[in-house]
Design a protein around this ligand. Sequence first.
Ligand code: SAM
Length: 296
Amino acid sequence: MATYPPRLSIPWTRRIHRNRTQITMRRVFARLEGLYYKLMKSLLKTSKLGYGLVVSGAESGTNFEHIYDAKPQGSHIVGRIVDRALLNLPSAQATRARKEQIRKFLWNEIHNNRLLGKKTRVLDLAAGTSRYLRELSEEHKKGDVESVCIDRDVASVKLGSIRCKAEGLTNLRFVRADIFELNRLRNFSNRLKWRANVVVAAGLLMYFNDRTVETMLKEIYEYLPEHGVLIFSSLERLEIRKLMRKTMSVSAGGAWVLYDRTPEYWRDVLFTAGFREIVIMRDRWQLQNVCSARKP
Ligand SMILES: C[S@@+](CC[C@H](N)C(=O)[O-])C[C@H]1O[C@@H](n2cnc3c(N)ncnc32)[C@H](O)[C@@H]1O
């Protein structure tokens, strides 16, 4: 007499067995992966940059100051070796390259304005320690440029101010504030009785979605006077997305989420916002872009 299900009983049991094996394998791989990232986290924490990225807030300006210094530090020799490796990653090299590019854009603007007898006033949004501005020390000392650097992170504002003092810089000040709580840039400037003709937003726009970015661009455009300039950086490609997601976190405690964007995107939204003379510089790794755009 025929049994039910006919002839299917053997493939069924095989299929169930295969599924069970697959599930077990997947669990083993997930555990191994978890263990790998746990080990990576512990190893990263031995280095100064790794500790900053994993524990004290990946996006902090103080981490970026260490990337710019590029002097390996860590606990014992292992920490220093890990730090050296992190500081040599293409993304760290690209961060140093973008700082140089921003400094060059600023230097050109300051010297062109000088020819016209105009003072350059820079508002640096999410400034961190504003290394690119601090490196223009001669221009600040001569009074060709005045800068206001805003950041919400106490440690970055403190480090920026300490280094400013040590470098004998004048005409550059750090203010602790959240850029979203400035009650519009124009009101903030009115309170300071000071209005910028250059706005810098470096290492900032990659944290926000397109809608927020486009609203920010509009507000900056409205704020700038005629011929004013916006200089900002953007991520074109992320090199270590998975490692970042699995091991690093921001100061607020969440995962480090970054938005990467193409030069075509920027050209389009800047033009739509009204900006002209759009210049986009790509680094040699095509990881980060530095953009400059002028209000006509
Ligand atoms: C990647 S760092 C960039 C620092 C600096 N601009 C540079 O390029 O070297 C990002 C900085 O943005 C600051 N930041 C992020 N969101 C902010 C906000 N809403 N208001 C003020 N600062 C903010 C962080 O505290 C951090 O110092």
